[in-house]
Design a protein. Structure first.
Length: 339
């Protein structure tokens, strides 16, 4: 069961080619303000680089901290997180300085998801992936040292909040990195792309390694008043998402492992095969409860914005999540004292 009453919004800032950067950013600002008004706990902004001409959609924010600083000036309560910051793009000291500055500007509301970044051409077990993971661990250790004041040289400015390092969430799946973040007391995040059985194994490995932090799970969700309405309104978005993600990356890996049927029979099966939860409030709550029970995640972050969904439908879905889905989610009796 969930250890927190909080639900976050994960926004990858994906947009189709016909959508301008200005339109994508303006919509995200409006929906962050709506998320705060509706009572969502946090908003996480994805980091993506370069236009992708062959893709159906692509991410529009290369520097999530800069966008989050703008959001900090427009909001008062909601936590603001990177989802995820790619550590290899900047030196560790600069990353730590940006983290500390964003936390200062936001009044202590900053959270930091960090990760390797996408590796579409690198297969599991490839030495290049292991090398990239080792580099990630080294960078993460340096960042934590700067935030905790144990790095060599002068302390960074602005001075980090004492608990800032405890607000790091690492996207990890290989055993050495899971052991590393467990030893360092870093929280874990398991992302949208992977099926629940794979995420469950990752969470189990993290806990077995001594990880005591919280675990966030990310799911793509669309809610409408009825199943039929939800499937109808999500039809274009599901088609775009399947075209972009289906048969590739983690989805292909899951089929290879026999976790997915190669030829799903229904539209609902195709949606669940790419972890897209679509339905009425009762259906979505039941699927999220099953997801939490299977994976062992402590907190939920929901992706509600995906290309192909009408803006009004996204905002109605956000309201239904808070008003009709959230009350049906199962929670542990007591919440942890610290995040």
């Amino acid at each position: 069961m969930l250890k927190s009453n909080a639900i976050g919004i994960m926004n990858q800032m994906w947009a189709a080619h016909a959508t301008t950067d200005a339109e994508a950013v303006a919509t995200a600002i409006e929906e962050t303000l709506l998320a705060e008004a509706l009572g969502f706990d946090s908003v996480w902004i994805g980091e993506h680089h370069n236009v992708r001409p062959g893709a159906r959609f692509y991410g529009r924010i290369p520097a999530s901290e800069m966008f989050l600083a703008h959001l900090a000036a427009k909001t008062t309560r909601i936590a603001l997180g990177t989802g995820v910051r790619i550590l290899s793009t900047t030196p560790p000291q600069r990353t730590a300085e940006e983290m500390s500055l964003l936390d200062l500007l936001s009044g202590g509301r900053a959270e930091f998801g960090v990760g390797l970044g996408s590796t579409p051409d690198v297969k599991p077990g490839d030495p290049a992936r292991a090398e990239k993971a080792a580099r990630f661990r080294a960078l993460l250790s340096e960042i934590v040292a700067h935030l905790s004041g144990t790095a060599e040289g002068a302390p960074i400015s602005p001075a980090p909040a004492p608990d800032l390092a405890a607000r790091i969430w690492a996207a990890a799946r290989d055993e050495p990195t899971l052991r590393h973040i467990a030893d360092a007391g870093i929280n874990l995040v398991v992302g949208q792309a992977e099926l629940p059985p794979i995420q469950a194994a990752i969470v189990k490995s993290y806990r077995a390694a001594g990880g005591t932090g919280l675990v966030r799970g990310v799911r793509l969700v669309f809610v409408a008043e009825s199943h039929a309405e939800a499937m109808r309104d999500a039809d274009e978005a599901l088609s775009l998402y399947l075209g972009q993600m289906g048969g590739k990356g983690y989805h292909a890996e899951a089929m290879t492992k026999g976790l997915l049927a190669a030829d799903p029979r229904t539209l609902e099966e195709r949606a669940l095969g790419v972890n897209f939860i679509i339905g009425s409030p009762e259906e979505v709550a039941a699927l999220l409860n099953a997801y939490v029970a299977e994976t062992g995640v402590d907190r939920l972050d929901l992706m509600v914005q995906v290309p192909g969904l009408r803006t009004d439908a996204v905002r109605r879905s956000m309201a239904l999540i808070q008003q009709a889905v959230k009350p049906l989610l199962k929670r542990a009796v007591a919440e942890p004292a610290t995040a």
